[in-house]
Design a protein around this ligand. Structure first.
Ligand code: MF3
Ligand code: CO
Length: 256
């Protein structure tokens, strides 16, 4: 499968979808306090989708026939959950937790996708540091999105930044191209040598999403078929933005 570059018109549509995504993540950030359940966030996200007439990219998503369709519009991933945590009335946020929230939506046939990790009240120095390093790794990656560069320059920027701070990058899940589908070519790993892969050209739109662990990068999937946790049960963080490369440089679609 080849990479399909997007026109300016398409990038404008992707920006509109990502605006909805940014709005929902802002609502979740506001709600990210002790005592709140992740199902309350899910309800708020569904209400917002209804209000603006957008469609969830996650609800009923089924990457392969042998996995159960994803049952929610949000992924809510606390502490040692790396990604794909399922919102639940039984998950009550507590002071000191960190919570990654991932959300995707379609508007007018185009998909937006982004994630943030929030601190619940006051968190440990280690948790704070992990969140900062993950967010900065995403910035370092976006800075590599330059015409004439190569795709793996992005991957290498994430890995080298994260490892220089003593943390590790998850290997089993990757970023991706995005457009009229949530997952399009190319895959965007968060590790690897620079100077490999496709050349970066105007019209490339990708979701860059570092997943970073305090301990080992090894992960496992729980029996629900979705929830991805660190094998050592240490903390993980996840930040994601959908970014377009234009003649003028990178355009971060999922921030307002
Ligand atoms: N935003 C995520 C991704 O980039 C999560 C999608 S998994 C889903 O792949 F099942 F929730 F859709
Ligand atoms: Co994504």
């Amino acid at each position: 499968m080849h990479v399909r570059l997007k026109t300016r018109r398409e990038i404008e549509k992707l920006r509109r979808a990502n605006e909805v995504v940014a709005d929902v993540l802002a609502i979740c950030e506001e709600m990210a306090r002790p005592g709140v359940t992740t199902w309350e966030m899910e309800r708020a996200a569904r209400e917002y989708l209804d209000k603006v007439g957008a469609k969830s990219a996650f609800l009923n998503y089924q990457p392969y026939p042998d996995v159960s369709p994803y049952p929610a519009v949000l992924c809510t991933s606390p502490n040692d959950v790396v990604v794909h945590g399922i919102p639940s009335e039984d998950v009550v946020l507590e002071e000191g937790d960190i919570l990654s929230v991932d959300f995707g939506a379609f508007v007018d046939g185009y998909c937006g996708d982004a994630a943030r990790t929030f601190a619940i009240g006051k968190v440990s120095k280690e948790a704070q540091h992990l969140m900062e390093v993950t967010r900065n790794a995403l910035e370092a990656a976006i800075a590599q999105l330059k015409v004439g560069g190569r795709l793996s320059d992005i991957s290498h920027a994430v890995q080298s930044y994260v490892e220089s701070h003593g943390f590790n990058v998850v290997r089993d899940f990757v970023g991706h191209g995005i457009g009229t589908a949530m997952h399009e070519p190319p895959q965007v790993p968060n590790f690897g040598p620079p100077g490999r892969g496709i050349r970066l050209e105007p019209g490339l739109v990708i979701a860059i999403e570092p997943m970073v662990t305090v301990g080992s990068w090894k992960v496992e999937v729980l029996d629900d078929g979705w929830t991805v946790v660190t094998k050592d049960r240490k903390l993980a963080a996840h930040f994601e933005d959908s970014v377009a490369l234009t003649e003028e440089g990178p355009l971060i679609l999922s921030r307002k």
